[in-house]
Design a binder for this molecule. Sequence first.
Ligand code: 8X3
Length: 264
Amino acid sequence: MAETSETIRSSSSSVKRAVVTGASSGIGAETARVLAKDGWHVVLLARREEKLQALAKEIEAAGGSTSYQVCDITDEASTDAAVAAIVVEGPVKALINCAGGAIGKDPVATADLDDWRGMYELNVIGTLRITQKLLPTLKESEGTVLIVSSTAGIEPYEGGAGYCASKFAERVMARVLRLEQIGEPVRIIDVSPGMVKTEEFSLKRFGGDASKAAGVYDGVPDPLDAGDVAESIRWAIDLPDTVDVDSLVIRPRAEGSYTKVYRQ
Ligand code: 8X3
């Protein structure tokens, strides 16, 4: 769906226009809902058009302002096309990088190289690609780059080397970009969630094995849900432009670390 002139007018007057990657599900979709409710015009980005269409319809039905671009951030041409279509319609105030995921949980000794490659391509290079391309417009509007990384980027765990390494890389990207942009009119925020129960994260990690995926949350009272993370994102980006939440770690109360989780 192309953006209408009406949505553009309302977004450029308030300049509350956010691009959310990974918007087809989980934290990305919930962030889009929460920001739209908060008065942002939200540009949804993801690969799966039918999911984007359904979410855009839902947001509009709830009175929100939205549009979408089908975009694979692991692909240069696809990202170029999406960014061109976005910037021609007006300024962007926030880029919320939610696209990403875990593939596999194998030990280093036997891990599949393609699993690692897939995580690096999406979590690291994809995030870098879209961030680089939108940075100029974000700076023009005194905007924000927010990267949803993970507590896996703070403390590695067995079986998680590939995913953890990609999340360490994302946190480093946020930190170094922040240092490099000091004095420039742009905020760089890292949000690092711990255990978040979403419909797809663990299912994808375990190649569609539903019982393995469910086991991750077995007996854990109240793991975070996507809405908890979305709310922390909304809070961080709604602070004044001159207040930068460098890094925000959010976990369920029952999780002290990946290996210290209370289960009933
Ligand atoms: C957090 C997921 O499984 O590393 O991104 O705790 S996990």
